[in-house]
Write a protein that binds this ligand. Structure first.
Ligand code: PLP
Length: 242
């Protein structure tokens, strides 16, 4: 595990991120409590996660099931803490993910939705999810193309054990945070344009967008959840190829 940032720095970073979110909300004329911080803890040790929790973090984002499970066990069940799944989700892992995470941000196909619906039904629960949108139309990236979102939502609205709460997106990589703004704005516009009064179960009340580099811009553009790793825990080691 990388330890590029000490405990004091993690606590200070959490404070800074909360403060930056508050300021961005104020600039946008939005209430600060309409934005939730998801602290992304992939490759971060349990000790360091505990420091972030003590500093006020209440949502933890993990992108791999096998990494998340031991951390969830170590931290233990807490009513004031939620775990969100933010990584690519394989069909065979759905059974273990359903109910273990309070939100799945990375729903990227109707087939995956059907599997989540089936497994949630077996478990007797309703799984909250966000639809991942490939807002830059990048071939390498997961998610629905914006043009495919209306049909996908129509299909998902018929799934009784799925609770669609909004959209998630990752803009194309850029060297400069402002470059993300048009994409972030497009996600907001897409969420507004696909919301239908006729939906039975689907709600479009959450937008998960913004990472360390661009979360303040994302808040200005309507994010309700920002997913921040590096700005809290420091630079991660390079991922191991799988
Ligand atoms: C790693 C990750 C993040 C956090 O990225 P940072 O740049 O470290 O803040 C956010 N969202 C997803 C889906 C991620 O995989």
């Amino acid at each position: 595990m990388a330890d590029t940032v000490d405990s004091d720095a993690i606590a200070r970073n959490v404070e800074t991120v909360f403060e930056n979110i508050r300021r961005a909300a104020q600039r946008a004329g939005r209430p600060a409590d309409s934005i939730r911080l998801v602290a992304v803890t992939k490759s971060v040790s349990v000790d360091r996660i505990r420091v972030a929790i003590a500093a006020g973090v209440s949502i933890l984002g993990e992108s791999r099931l096998q990494e998340a499970v031991p951390k969830q066990t170590a931290v233990g069940p807490r009513g004031d803490l939620a775990w969100h799944f933010i990584g690519r989700l394989q069909r065979r892992k759905v059974k273990a993910v359903v109910g273990r995470f309070q939100m799945i941000h990375s729903l990227d196909s109707v087939e995956l939705a059907a599997e989540i619906d089936r497994r949630a039904g077996e478990a007797g629960l309703c799984q909250p999810v966000l639809l991942e949108v490939n807002i830059g139309g990048e071939p390498s990236k997961a998610g629905f193309l914006p043009s495919a979102v209306p049909d996908a939502l129509a299909a998902l609205d018929g799934m009784p054990n799925l609770s669609v709460r909004g959209l998630m997106a990752i803009p194309p990589p850029a060297s400069e945070p402002e470059a993300a703004r048009p994409y972030l704005r497009r996600v907001s516009e897409l969420a507004r344009s696909v919301a239908r009064p006729g939906f039975r179960r689907i709600r479009m009340d959450h937008l998960s967008m913004g990472m360390s580099q661009d979360y303040e811009i994302a808040v200005e553009e309507g994010a309700t959840m920002v997913r921040v790793g590096t700005a809290i825990f420091g630079v991660r080691p390079a991922p191991v190829a799988t």
